[in-house]
Design a protein. Structure first.
Length: 156
């Protein structure tokens, strides 16, 4: 399966395929608003603002698999937007591991390996996708966006 064929649902309820981002570099992030790593929202937003004009997008996917997300996608989105100033696209709450994992996370974890093999270890695991749709890099939960900004620049 090609990443551009995958359907996702925005926090607004709109379902679309990722071909919307064809020709853009994507950073796909599983998020949680009650996680100790929430400070990364501001760092991710800074990257999004800095590189948006160079065809870069951050895509946030809330997940409650680690029991650190609020009840609904709308609540998660509001928390991100109001508390952390997030303007990048946010999506419905998804599962990132196991048989019921969202197809996007099945694909990105299949293409990359982390400390737990193909599983997502924790909230704020990040996957870098180049402009051709190749999953090129995986960053761990504690990898701060500033630490891998140069890596992103290679794919812009």
């Amino acid at each position: 399966m090609n990443i551009y064929d995958i359907k996702v649902t925005a926090d607004s309820g709109e379902t679309y395929t990722l071909d919307r981002y064809k020709g853009k570099t994507m950073l796909i992030v599983n998020t949680a608003t009650k996680c100790g790593l929430v400070g990364q929202f501001e760092d991710l937003e800074r990257l999004y603002q800095k590189y948006a004009k160079r065809d870069f997008v951050v895509l946030g996917f809330p997940s409650n698999q680690f029991k650190q997300e609020v009840g609904t996608a709308d609540q998660a989105s509001q928390a991100c937007r109001l508390s952390y100033g997030v303007t990048f696209p946010m999506h419905e709450i998804v599962k990132v591991n196991g048989e019921d994992a969202h197809p996007l996370f099945k694909l990105v974890t299949e293409e990359t390996k982390g400390l737990l093999g193909k599983s997502v270890k924790w909230n704020f695991t990040k996957f870098l996708v180049d402009k051709e749709g190749n999953i090129v890099k995986r960053f761990g939960p504690t990898d701060k966006p500033a630490k891998f900004e140069k890596e992103i620049e290679k794919y812009l």
